[in-house]
Structure formats: C-alpha cells, structure tokens
Design a protein around this ligand. Structure first.
Ligand SMILES: Cc1cc2nc3c(=O)[nH]c(=O)nc-3n(C[C@H](O)[C@H](O)[C@H](O)COP(=O)(O)O)c2cc1C
Length: 330
C-alpha cells in the first residue's frame, strides 16, 4: 500500500500527470471517474501566483470529488516559492508538488523546472524550506538528470527524501532528451531498490498500454505509475489498466455513446470553468483521441477544431452521433 504522507493512495496507484492546459478540473474529473487514484494540476508559476496573475490563480481551483489532488508549482526563487506555498494552501489541496522536470527553455533559463537539475544543492534546499513551511505533504516530480552525462538521480532522490519529500515521481528521460527517444525506467528502479529509500517512487514516461503499466509494477518494482499522454482524450486508460491488473484481460474499448458523453461533458465543464473561448480552444486537443479510429472522420474533426463557437462543436457531436452511432471501435 503506497502512502503519500498520511494519505493512503492504494496499491500501485495510477497518477494523472500534471500537464499544462490538459490537467485542468474538467479533465481531472473525467480521469478520476475512470479510476485515477491521484491527480495533479498542471504546473503553476510561483512568480505568477505571487503577482496574483489571474491565469495562475484560476489554476488553483480544485473540487472535492477529485481528492486526493496535488497542486504543482514551479520556480527557483526561495521567497516566491514559500509565498506561493501559502497561497496554494488556501485552495486546500492534499499535496503540494514541486516541478523540477519541465524542460522548456523559458522555464529552465530561469533555473526552474529541469533547470534546477544543474544545481542539486538548490533543489534540495528549496524542497527542505517548502517542507518546513507547510503541513501538507510535499512531493517532487523530476527527470533522470540534466543530460546523459550528469545523471545523479540516485543521490538526488535520497537527498530529497532526507529533507522530508514524501514521494517522488521520476520521468525516465533527461532534460536534454526533451520528449525524444524512449523513457528509461532502469534508473528509476535503481532509485526504488536503494535500501535507504522508503518514500514511494512513482515511474513516469511512456506508459501507454496496460501491459506497460504492469511491467512498471512487476518488472521494475515501482510504487505506482504516473500517466500523461496516454490519457489525453482517453480518460478510460485508467480503468483499462485497472481491469487488466485485476483480470489479466483487456476491457473492450469505450463505446461511441461513452465517447460522446465524455466529449460533451468535457466541453461543457471546460466552458463552465474557463469560459466559452478558452473552453472551446483547450478541449480541442482531446478530440483526436476521443474519436480515434473512425474512418473518414476528418470532416467532423475539422468542424470540432476550427469553430470558436461551442454551438458548432456540439452540433458536430450530434452529427457524429447520427452518422456513426453503430460504429464499433476496435
Ligand atoms: C501537453 C503536456 C503538458 C505537460 N505539462 C507538464 C506540467 O505542467 N508539469 C509537469 O511536471 N510535467 C508536464 N508534462 C510532462 C508530463 O507530466 C509527463 O512527465 C510526460 O508527458 C511523460 O509522461 P507520458 O509519457 O505518460 O506522457 C507535460 C506533458 C505534456 C505532453
């Protein structure tokens, strides 16, 4: 049974990865319904939070039904990170997660995200200060290292644990790899097998089938799987993995009705939460997967992703329902 601080997260939990413009309340709700055990918000800038930037504070919204939920923040300035801990606490999350893994230039150039992998002492001291500043469990999400020649994840994980980090999620790539190549889970297993480690070690990167999730559990012996891209437009991935663990068999894919229900609810929740314009825009990336496999679908998908008006998108869903209600997904 894995525990993050005092929170029991079950045996080999499945965690929804923090994903910018993806892991928002509507999508988290859908993933939770389908079996995600822990969900994380997308990363939130500590500098944005302390300036009360509307975009950052809106990302703090969480809902009872999604617990346990972690709010992820990033930054490299101690004072800003501590102040944002206080702001984040007001939203009542169960966990505060620190992003030490984001590879994008605008983040790493400020020494935040994966940028901090170049300064492990700072990474550790920031974590320690945050742990001391809150009663909530603090977790860390990071990568294997800055680049192939500077992988120190074994030492990093131990030191983070020693200053009170309550769980670590490791993406099996370096910053230099960005998203290229395959995630390497062997170094993550080394962290887990270190006899000094006692906090949960969650694996991340390329879990895209139930078999891969099982491999992460049984071959690599990790404490849980953090799932990102495989869930985009496919929140059913969580229930499929769970079913496979329980029975060794694959669930049939979700039906057209389930997909349409999810797409409609997703869009409506997104509009309710962030308004028509952003709601329509940011739900677009999910449609390819919601309706993946339907032949000659381009015309319908184009309608869903080109109009700024939700009425047109809902109409496109209705058309899909009329045209393809009998379609059997493979
Ligand atoms: C669209 C997108 C946005 C992401 N945003 C974040 C983020 O805000 N915070 C973070 O720690 N990682 C972020 N990531 C990285 C994912 O959390 C995860 O580490 C990565 O996608 C590898 O896992 P996967 O192969 O299961 O997708 C993002 C990834 C994607 C694809």
């Amino acid at each position: 049974m894995a525990k993050i601080g005092n929170i029991d997260v079950g045996d080999f939990p499945l965690l929804l990865a923090p994903m910018e413009d993806v892991s928002d309340p509507p999508f988290r709700a859908l993933c939770k319904e389908q079996g995600a055990d822990v969900v994380y918000t997308e990363f939130i800038s500590s500098e944005g939070l302390i300036r009360d930037a509307a975009k950052s504070t809106m990302k703090l919204d969480i809902y009872e039904k999604e617990r346990p939920v972690g709010i992820q923040i990033f930054g490299a300035n101690l004072e800003s990170m501590l102040q944002s801990v206080e702001i984040v606490e007001k939203s009542g999350p169960d966990i505060i997660d620190i992003n030490f893994g984001c590879p994008v230039k605008k983040v790493v150039s400020k020494g935040a995200g994966a940028g901090i992998l170049k300064d492990v002492d700072l990474m550790v001291s920031l974590t320690e200060a945050m742990v001391k500043h809150t009663k909530l469990p603090v977790t860390v999400k990071t990568r294997l290292g800055w680049d192939h020649d500077s992988i120190k994840i074994l030492e990093v994980a131990e030191r983070l644990q020693d200053v009170g980090c309550q769980a670590i999620s490791i993406h099996g790539r370096t910053r230099a790899q960005m998203y290229k190549g395959e995630a390497d889970w062997a170094p993550i297993a080394e962290v887990k097998n270190n006899p000094r480690m006692h906090i949960p070690v969650f694996g991340n990167g390329d879990v895209d089938t139930p078999e891969r999730a099982m491999e992460m559990r049984d071959k690599f012996g990790l404490d849980g799987a953090m799932i990102g891209r495989a869930s985009i437009g496919y929140p059913w991935f969580f229930r499929e993995v769970k079913h496979y663990f329980e029975t060794g068999e694959h669930l049939p894919p979700p039906t057209m009705k389930e997909r349409l229900d999810a797409a409609r609810r997703h869009l409506q929740m997104a509009i309710d939460w962030k308004g028509e314009k952003l709601g329509v825009f940011e739900t677009r990336r999910h449609y390819t997967n919601y309706f993946k496999g339907i032949p000659h679908f381009k015309e319908y998908r184009m309608k869903m992703v080109t109009s700024d008006d939700s009425v047109d998108v809902f109409k496109a869903f209705d058309e899909v329902e009329r045209e393809f209600s009998d379609y059997q997904f493979a």
